[in-house]
Design a protein around this ligand. Structure first.
Ligand code: KIV
Length: 294
């Protein structure tokens, strides 16, 4: 078993390497990032792969779902992440309606994420229903990560963000979805909000890695949303743990800044630059007299 050392320079992680990690039992670590500073931070921590998730609609753009996220949003975020990343495999989400209407749309938009923004692979939601698209993309050289279970772009069809695959029929449909994605050439599949027992069974069934979120530790890897595990934002989903309280640390720091600006104690001597004494005197002579000066 190998573990990626935090911050140590190595070659870019590839999709084949992620598949090999399943065989060797090395767990895959994935996290979202949406800009250059967050990409630099998660890389320094040693993640294997970065997801430029369409969750950015909710985490950074203030939408209430991922549905309004556009190709322009994804291109800008992916390019920013790419500028902050040297080692992790960058997977970019294909936003809602960028691939569902036609294979042409899917090819053009997936191609843009790789060619213009620097992603190494794309992720799209769905199983059997998108297997043909997955086959077309992989055949033209675009690696695809699948995403089944609770697929947020279908939240209106699901009637909310709910656990999927709870009974035998829906569980078997999920297995079928995963097998269809594998057969179509997907290099990995995200299992979101799936009971742990089912996720473990799917993981055993597949030769490609499963990446869980709310699917238990029996998956080959885990993905989490940057803001959820860092305590940024009020809501923490059940499947996430806050590994730090960065949000309250930021609020506390900005409150100190507010207080010091208002008290006149910031900026202090250390943060200043001075004019040379001769320049001050010359300036004073050159300036017109103010009211009250003779
Ligand atoms: O957009 C996203 O962040 C995702 C993860 C929740 C898997 O798709």
């Amino acid at each position: 078993m190998t573990t990626r050392p935090a911050g140590q320079h190595r070659a870019r992680v590839t999709t084949t390497e992620l598949m090999a990690m399943k065989a060797s039992g090395d767990r895959i670590v994935m996290i979202t990032a949406y800009d250059t500073p967050s990409a630099l931070l998660v890389e320094a921590a040693g993640v294997d792969t970065i997801l430029v998730g369409d969750s950015l609609g909710m985490t950074v753009l203030g939408h209430t779902s991922t549905l309004p996220v556009t190709m322009d949003d994804m291109l800008r975020a992916t390019a920013a992440v790419s500028r902050g990343s040297r080692q992790a495999l960058i997977v970019a989400d294909m936003p809602f309606m960028s691939y569902q209407a036609s294979a042409e749309d899917a090819m053009r938009n997936a191609g843009r994420l790789l060619a213009e923004a620097g992603a190494h692979a794309v992720k799209l939601e769905g199983g059997v229903a998108v297997a043909d698209l997955v086959a077309i993309l992989t055949e033209i050289g675009i690696p695809v990560m699948g995403h089944v279970g609770l697929t947020p772009q279908s939240v209106n069809a699901f009637g909310g963000y709910k656990l999927q695959g709870k009974d035998v029929d829906s569980a078997l449909r999920l297995v079928e979805d995963c097998l269809a994605l594998e057969a179509a050439g997907a290099f990995a599949v995200v299992l979101e909000l799936v009971p742990a027992e089912l996720a473990a069974l799917i993981t055993e069934e597949l030769t490609i890695p499963t990446i869980g979120i709310g699917a238990g530790a029996g998956c080959d890897g885990q993905v989490q949303v940057f803001h959820d595990i860092l305590g940024i934002g009020e809501f923490t989903p059940k499947h996430a743990r806050r590994f730090a309280e960065i949000g309250s640390a930021i609020t506390k720091a900005v409150a100190s800044y507010c207080a010091e600006v208002r008290a006149g104690t910031f900026p202090a001597e250390k943060q200043l630059s001075h004019l040379e004494a001769g320049v001050v005197a010359e300036l004073e002579r050159a300036l017109p007299p103010t009211d009250g000066e003779s």
